[in-house]
Write a protein that binds this ligand. Structure first.
Ligand code: ATP
Ligand code: ZN
Length: 302
């Protein structure tokens, strides 16, 4: 197996300027990375870890990881899927793997038609001209339904294609739906639910680099878990302990402590791996819990 060159620094490809940029850099900062930006503003050099960030167009991220220019990349599933299909069509072996989904960049790749157009999915796709920046995903979707249609490739501003007379409908990324509305388009079916993901090269790394890679991946997992997690403390009647611990969302074995001077009450401390909502607290109170405190978790390492 090919091993990564002499460069012992980990390189991560991140979108230079766009919807994923701030979230991606924030994730790395939360992992403890501090960096300085190079003069050309295309590379951020890690100051306290051997990790550098390459700032590039999001569309280039899978190839950079594929070609081992970067060890990791943060990019939307939409791009990963389109890229994987293109590689398969070209007979190339995909050389990157998805490590984990991230908690930002949520959107969906959907079909949309001019408002008021009658549409029945998927049959109405037949014979249409569909404008999209995701020709492979759309073609795969058509093939899956055994339908024929003309895919018109647009690299941007897909939503103007119908009004220009270049297409009958579009297939594009949607999050709030405001852009579609502004162009008098109506979302009719979703092809792919997307969010940002972390991809990595499967190429073997040198021992030192591997150690940093494992450390970084572990910290990323920790950051993702922390965002959802809460530390909960409460007092509970001993008799209601079973019912109360069952109500704690996503918690593993809680710590039970005796309360000085009481026989029938205990203190319960637990990490909940899901958010704790008011409704849960109300249910806990009904079950007999009192003095409830919910605290955010700052860092977590399992
Ligand atoms: P680049 O210059 O890097 O090519 P871009 O215009 O292709 O930028 P953005 O619009 O910044 O990219 O979107 C980057 C990614 O953000 C998308 O590939 C997708 O995964 C995600 N995303 C989330 N919501 C949306 C949305 N409403 N529209 C487009 N992309 C979205
Ligand atoms: Zn792009």
């Amino acid at each position: 197996m090919k091993t990564s060159g002499t460069d012992e620094r980990i390189k991560i490809a991140v979108q230079k300027s766009g919807r994923l940029t701030e979230h991606s850099m924030d994730l790395l900062t939360r992992c403890g990375l501090s960096y300085s930006r190079g003069k050309d503003r295309l590379i951020c050099y890690g100051e306290n870890m051997p990790i550098d960030v390459l700032l590039v167009r999001d569309d280039d991220i899978p190839s950079l990881v594929q070609e081992d220019v970067c060890d990791l990349g943060i990019v939307g599933l939409n791009i990963i899927e389109e890229c994987s299909l293109a590689m398969r069509a070209d007979g190339e072996t995909r050389l990157f793997e998805r490590v984990t989904s991230l908690d930002f960049g949520q959107c969906r790749l959907s079909f949309a038609v001019p408002r008021g157009t009658p549409y029945q999915h998927p049959d109405s796709l037949a014979g249409k001209r569909i404008a999209t920046s995701y020709p492979r995903i759309v073609a795969a979707h058509l093939a899956q339904h055994g339908l024929d249609a003309k895919v018109v490739v647009f690299s941007g501003a897909v939503e103007i294609a119908p009004s220009l007379g270049r297409a009958d409908m579009i297939c594009d990324l949607v999050s709030s739906g405001e852009t579609l509305k502004a162009h008098d388009l109506q979302e009719v079916a979703t092809v792919l639910e997307s969010r940002a993901a972390l991809i990595r090269t499967p190429i073997e790394l040198g021992p030192e680099k591997l150690q940093w890679m494992q450390r970084l991946l572990q910290r990323i997992e920790g950051v993702l878990q922390v965002k959802e997690s809460k530390y909960i403390m409460l007092h509970a009647p001993r008799a209601a302990l079973k019912e109360i611990t069952a109500l704690l969302p996503g918690s593993e074995a809680p710590t039970i402590m005796t309360l000085e001077g009481t026989e029938d009450k205990v203190a319960v401390h637990a990490v909940c791996r899901e958010n704790v909502f008011w409704e849960t607290l109300e249910q806990l109170k009904e079950a007999g819990a009192s003095s409830m405190l919910v605290l955010p978790v700052e860092k977590m390492l399992s």
